[in-house]
Ligand binder design. Structure first.
Ligand code: PGA
Length: 217
């Protein structure tokens, strides 16, 4: 099984999300070898989920979960709130580590809360030095220099890093950083990479589906 995970980040409004869904619905062809996870901003999680309910192998993910379980934390979105809407949660993205100063301890807590409410964490690390909390199965290696720059890290380098990392047993190893429909096959050819976390190229439904298609080959 291969995974193609689309992280929309802080992009798209309601109209743009609806357009993306429409294109996806028109062009999606199910394939048992690929699981797709779509991670829109919080306000559109239900929209995307309801529109794509019943599409085989298509799941919804959150881009973050709160550090708090529930209660008086204005503006926070908790794992408990998310659990009926999403199946996955991205945790530890380098943009959150950098811009919101998320620490390893906080990220461990987030993983625990996600697991408590049956969300599968997609845990992002920048290199082998970022510790991976217990209970994580999906590990996304995302070298900072490759994110959003068009400078994807060559597959050989990704595999070198994979060897250095202390990955959990039965790990689903994901690469992220400027993956697109053109370069995705070079990673797949290695047989060492189980999936992709895709930012920019996931914003276009055609491109997202082209990557899904590439992953079936
Ligand atoms: P990118 O983002 O595909 O735009 O490089 C990847 C990510 O940050 O997950």
């Amino acid at each position: 099984m291969k995974y193609v995970i689309g992280n929309w980040k802080a992009n798209k409004n309601h109209t743009e999300s609806a357009n993306w869904i429409e294109t996806f619905q028109g062009e999606f062809s199910p394939n048992e070898q690929v699981t797709l996870v779509i991670c829109p901003p919080f306000p559109f999680l239900s929209l995307v989920r309801n529109a794509l309910k019943g599409f085989p192998q298509v799941f919804i993910g959150a881009q973050n979960v709160s550090l708090f379980e529930e209660g008086s934390y204005t503006g926070e979105v908790t794992a408990k709130t998310l659990k009926e809407i999403v199946s996955f949660a991205i945790i530890g993205h380098s943009e959150r580590r950098k811009n919101f100063h998320e620490t390893d301890e906080e990220l461990t807590r987030k993983v625990q809360l996600a697991k408590k409410y049956n969300l599968e964490p997609i845990y992002c690390v920048r290199d082998e030095k970022d510790p991976i909390p217990a209970g994580v199965t999906f590990v996304a290696y995302e070298p900072v220099a490759a994110i959003g720059t068009g400078q994807n890290e060559p597959p050989e380098k990704v595999i070198e890093m994979k060897k250095k990392m202390h990955l959990p047993d039965n790990c689903v190893f994901i690469y992220g950083g400027s993956v697109n429909e053109t370069n995705i096959s070079s990673y797949l050819q290695t047989g060492e990479i189980d999936g992709f976390l895709v930012g920019k190229a996931s914003l276009d439904a055609h491109q997202f589906l082209a990557m899904a298609k590439a992953a079936t080959k």
